[in-house]
Design a protein around this ligand. Structure first.
Ligand SMILES: *Cc1c(COP(=O)(O)O)cnc(C)c1O
Length: 420
């Protein structure tokens, strides 16, 4: 329950083995026909769930959302700054190209700024509201102020499922804001994008279809082997503008039945695993509802965990979960706030060392918190109760240790705890 690794549907794992034994470079139709067709079939299926009109949008698969985020920003850059692919960013004149991201954006998003030549100093951080979503009003002010400082924000990146607490940003407002600034809107929906498959959860992504692009990680919340990421563009024809090269032996100027559907020109990867086949197979065998049921159960269970923890006087749960990610603080009476942050790290370490459970930690609002991500549908309330009991036991032990240490070396300044 620590991280966003998925418990994998067994049949998808078996199929992964088959596709490992029968090499199919998924970028090239002539050698990987099955994978390229599976791409098209799932593109259609997901397009319907988003509500996009048939034949007007486009999807590519990438190995991971990190790569999908980078690819989408390249498309945005080439679209908004058409000279940049050939001329580099230096030809943009006196205004500096910039991207704007939420304060809680995944690190892969800010990393892109370094990779595609924008530079970390040109990453605008958009402020959040009390639910840790990008606040549209304060974001508008941040973009105006960036423009005033000579920055040309060509891409706004929102999140569907922030890594810290799983929050979804307000997409309709951000789409309007991006449009006003003639910027591309990309949504990093790596974690919560899979809500599309569930009638109950899909409304939480309301307005996602207004984005110019978004990606979702099937290897996280669609339970197939890693890596399998779907990257969607609202407008057909955008995907091939990521890498607008003409001069390669693999790219034919004239399309025929062997090149019409291949994805090589749209992908960073040359040789690519046909990971989409695992998703296609599981989807074909079980149907959408198998994925929806599993995901809904995990989100419901996270709500149950929230309610349970919120009822414990020695636990603090700052945010109601929108997804299957929950942050909380164990705060036994009489522990000051500085000590409290350190205690959470010690608890994470002790729980990990004990070997029964695995938790992660996150720093929010100047406070270190514990974090759980319910990815396995077998996790039940008894597991939450189990980890709570274990946390309490370790905390008692740690705080007793504190007390005996400070008694034995009263008068000595500097705590060895700070180094542990
Ligand atoms: C996991 C995650 C990523 C990175 O995705 P990979 O598939 O691991 O490359 C990016 N953004 C968000 C919000 C994520 O949850």
């Amino acid at each position: 329950m620590a991280r966003q690794f998925s418990s994998v549907m067994p049949v998808a794992a078996v199929f992964d083995m088959v596709s490992a034994m029968v090499p199919q470079p998924a970028s090239y139709y002539e050698a990987g026909q099955f994978a390229n067709i599976a791409d098209r079939l799932l593109e259609e299926t997901f397009g319907r769930l988003i509500g996009w009109p048939h034949g007007r949008f486009e999807m590519v698969t990438t190995s991971g959302a990190s790569l999908a985020n980078m690819t989408a920003v390249l498309v945005a850059r080439n679209h908004c700054l058409p000279q940049s692919w050939n001329g580099g960013l230096a030809v943009q004149g006196s205004r500096r190209p910039a991207i704007a991201v939420g304060e809680d954006a995944h690190f892969s998003v800010t990393r892109v700024a370094g990779i595609v030549g924008i530079g970390q100093d040109q990453v605008i951080r958009l402020p959040l509201n009390e639910r840790r979503q990008i606040c549209p009003e304060r974001a508008a002010a941040a973009l105006d102020s960036a423009a005033f400082r000579g920055l040309d924000v060509f891409c706004v990146i929102a999140s569907a499922g922030t890594t810290s607490i799983g929050a979804n940003d307000p997409f309709p407002e951000l789409a309007a804001l991006a449009k006003r600034h003639r910027a591309w809107l990309h949504v990093d929906a790596a974690h919560n994008g899979a809500f599309l498959v569930s009638d109950r959860l899909r409304p939480r992504l309301s307005g996602l279809g207004l984005a110019d692009s978004f990606c979702l990680d099937a290897h996280k919340t669609l339970f197939v082997p890693a890596l399998c990421t779907l990257l969607f563009y609202r407008e057909k024809g955008m995907a091939e503008t990521a890498f607008p090269q003409k001069d390669s032996y693999v790219f034919d100027p004239f399309e025929d039945e062997m090149t019409a559907v291949q994805s090589g020109v749209k992908n960073f990867e040359c040789t690519k695993r046909p990971a989409i086949l695992n998703l296609w197979l599981a989807w074909s065998l079980y149907g959408r509802h198998a994925f929806a049921d599993k995901l809904e159960h995990l989100v419901t269970m996270t709500g149950v965990a929230h309610d349970y923890l919120a009822n414990q006087p020695d636990f603090f749960v700052p945010y109601r979960p929108e997804s299957n990610i929950l942050c909380f603080v164990h705060r036994p009476a009489g522990v000051d706030s500085r000590r409290l942050s350190l205690l959470q790290i010690q608890l994470r370490d002790r729980v990990r060392a004990a070997g029964q459970y695995l938790l992660s930690k996150v720093d929010l609002d100047g406070q270190t918190m514990l974090r759980m991500v319910l990815m396995n549908h077998r996790i039940g309330l008894h597991d939450i109760q189990g980890v709570v009991a274990e946390i309490r036991r370790h905390a008692r032990d740690i705080l007793e240790n504190d007390a005996t240490q400070s008694a034995s070396r009263s008068g000595i300044t500097g705590s060895s705890l700070e180094r542990t």
